[in-house]
Design a protein around this ligand. Structure first.
Ligand SMILES: [Ca+2]
Ligand SMILES: [Ca+2]
Ligand SMILES: [Ca+2]
Length: 156
């Protein structure tokens, strides 16, 4: 199995993976063309599609934030330099097997007096597949980020 096909579920099970590769343009057609035969031994699968992350207000007082996302202890995206007014467009999607909590952080120097800052979290949940585009806000520490995403269910 290529790293691109690994899922968040596998990630949570401790599989080493390249998170940045997971977000690098997996063709959505792979999913939509699968499972045409409803009599096959398929099942419902879920993926989350990220559209963008907007920075309305950054956390660091001087300069830009170094923003990254984590699932559990794994960094799954970033760090990306973002400042007030910046817009990051994602490409691709992640498959996932279990609802998971995505957290957003600003990377600092990591010294005891300047730990990375927790900016907030969102639960990515399977039952949201019929909700369409959703918007998560991360606003701890005076920051204000918005993530646009949707959960998609497909048969395979
Ligand atoms: Ca900071
Ligand atoms: Ca920082
Ligand atoms: Ca800090």
């Amino acid at each position: 199995m290529s790293p691109l096909n690994r899922t968040i579920g596998a990630t949570l099970a401790g599989t080493a993976f390249a998170a940045s590769a997971l977000l690098s343009g997996i063709p959505a057609a792979t999913a939509s063309t699968a499972g045409v035969d409803s009599h096959s031994h398929g099942g419902w699968h879920y993926k989350v599609v990220f559209d963008y992350l907007d920075c309305h207000d950054n956390e660091d007082e001087t300069g830009y934030d170094e923003v990254y996302m984590k699932v559990g202890h794994h960094t799954v995206w970033g760090p990306e330099d973002m400042d007030e007014g910046d817009h990051y467009s994602f490409k691709g999607w992640w498959g996932f097997k279990h609802d998971f909590k995505l957290t957003l952080w600003d990377e600092d120097q990591g010294h005891h007096d300047d730990e990375d800052d927790f900016l907030g979290h969102v639960w990515i949940e399977k039952h949201d597949y019929d909700e369409g585009w959703q918007y998560a806000t991360f606003d701890h520490h005076g920051a204000h980020y918005e993530l646009k995403y949707k959960v998609v269910r497909y048969w395979d």
